[in-house]
Design a protein around this ligand. Structure first.
Ligand SMILES: Cc1ncc(COP(=O)(O)O)c(C=O)c1O
Length: 453
């Protein structure tokens, strides 16, 4: 018997009842990718309150790279629960925070001296990275990219690109943010082709310093080494070398947002490593805490020390339980071949998805790095018109048949894979069978058998 077990139509009666209570008690602005309510989760699967079991391709949006409820993480958390829950690092500090900072300074790219600050969420970490970059350079400007996602607080929304549903209605945003196109080769903003484009989009940063904002007024360029919410876009190999060289020439810092691409997702601990990129500041979160909330800002020591004493912090920032979990996550990466497993997940996905692309014109692009994989859905492979409704339909078909998936992309037409690395080969095949059936049902609705409603 496979992992997927469905006992009721989806959503089941208990999930439906919770959905009604939710509608009355929780603002509609908080949306759900699926209407099923979780009762428990383990490894790469979860079970809902009606006893239906799913394979989890979302992993809490990339927070569970090591898997749900892994034993070493639970033990570390339990041990910490028996000692103390919270004191506030700014009042009475504790060793776990310091030990984790030491580990982060070692495992992030770059052999130079580093320091690490811990906070609660990816957005809070990006906010702090901007503060630190500004304090160090004494400049205000920040350059971000089209299709970027950096969070939902006001500064990070200013850096985020997608308008609906993230930005619309929430202006005004903090100023001094400038935006340039990303290396989204499938939808090149300049209608050029790599490599004959000679990385025009990266070279364009020089032009931006002439035509948009003077480099001496720019503190940092912030980029995701692989776009997350923006649709799992993987830039060409030499892209970040060109960008970071231009930054260095102008004394502009380079901030890598590895909130989604970090912690092994791309088959290396950080996606920056694929590019030989040594960011001045690297932001990580999500899978760092193995399921608990924690985010890190790691950077060159002299940059991190720019804000004065008391300039950084937060009541719950670097909570001891989250730090204990993160230390266990790093131990798991040291002990187990998770990076290799991420690569195997990627190859298995690519092999199947490339076959779908040949069969069904609805698959415009198959792309990814290691275990960070996606398909981009289009109305036609020629026009590349985004197929957002179809992507939504694929995710609906999937959860109704036992697979939790989520979309991404500025056009909401990308299906992304963030499955925990502990997924077995059998589970991976079972999940890909569901995804394939979902794509077929949407690509060839006339042939679809017994649509579930
Ligand atoms: C690349 C990236 N940066 C920042 C964030 C914001 O993180 P959080 O939701 O923890 O605030 C996200 C969240 O998805 C992300 O993918």
């Amino acid at each position: 018997m496979g992992t997927i077990q469905l006992r009721t139509p989806i959503p089941g009666p208990k999930s439906r009842a919770l959905g009604e209570r939710r509608a009355a008690a929780v603002p509609r602005g908080l949306s759900h990718a699926t209407p099923v309510y979780v009762a428990k989760a383990e490894d790469a699967w979860l079970e809902d309150v009606d006893g239906n079991r799913y394979i989890d391709f979302a992993g809490g949006i990339g927070c569970l790279n090591v898997g749900h409820r892994q034993k070493p993480i639970l033990s570390a958390v339990r041990e910490q629960l028996d000692r103390f829950l919270h004191t506030c690092i700014q009042v009475t500090p504790y060793e776990g925070y310091i030990r984790l900072a030491e580990r982060m300074n070692q495992v992030t790219p770059g052999k130079f001296p580093k320091k690490t600050l811990f906070v609660n969420s990816g957005a809070e970490a990006i906010e702090n990275a901007v503060k630190i970059a500004r304090a160090h350079t004494r400049r205000g400007g920040i350059i971000a990219f089209e299709d970027a996602f950096h969070g939902r607080t006001l500064m990070t929304l200013a850096l985020t690109s997608k308008t609906h549903p993230y930005k619309a209605g929430f202006a005004p945003f903090p100023s001094d943010v400038y935006r340039i196109p990303y290396a989204y080769c499938y939808r090149c903003s300049y209608s050029l082709k790599y490599p004959s484009c000679n990385l025009y989009c990266a070279q364009h940063l020089e032009d931006t310093f002439k035509r948009v904002v003077a480099s001496e007024e720019v503190a940092a360029v912030i980029a995701e080494p692989v776009l997350g919410e923006g649709g799992f876009v993987v830039p060409p190999p030499d892209y970040f070398r060109v960008l970071s060289e231009i930054c260095r020439k102008h004394g502009v810092l380079f901030i890598a947002d590895e909130v989604q691409s970090g912690f092994g997702r791309t088959g290396k601990l950080f996606a920056s490593e694929h590019y030989g990129l040594e960011p001045d500041i690297l932001v990580s979160a999500k899978s760092l805490g193995g399921g608990l909330p924690l985010a890190a800002v790691t950077g060159r020591a002299e940059i991190m020390d720019a804000p004065g004493s008391g300039g950084l912090g937060g009541t719950f920032a670097g909570n001891p339980v989250s730090c204990a979990a993160a230390l266990a996550v790093l131990d798991v990466f040291d002990r187990e071949d998770l990076l290799e497993r991420a690569n195997q997940i990627g190859s298995r996905f690519q092999k199947r998805a490339k076959g779908w692309q040949k069969r069904w014109p609805i698959i415009g692009d198959v792309r990814g790095l290691g275990g960070m994989q996606a398909i981009e859905l289009v109305k036609s492979q020629e026009t590349r018109e985004p197929a957002a409704d179809e992507a939504k339909e694929v995710t609906r078909y999937c959860y109704q048949h036992g697979l939790i998936t989520i979309t991404a992309g500025s056009y909401s037409n990308v299906i992304r894979v963030l499955v925990p690395f502990v997924v077995t080969r059998e589970q991976m095949d079972e999940a890909l069978d569901v995804l394939e059936a979902a794509v077929e049902a949407v690509a060839e609705p006339q042939n679809a058998v017994a649509q579930v409603t």
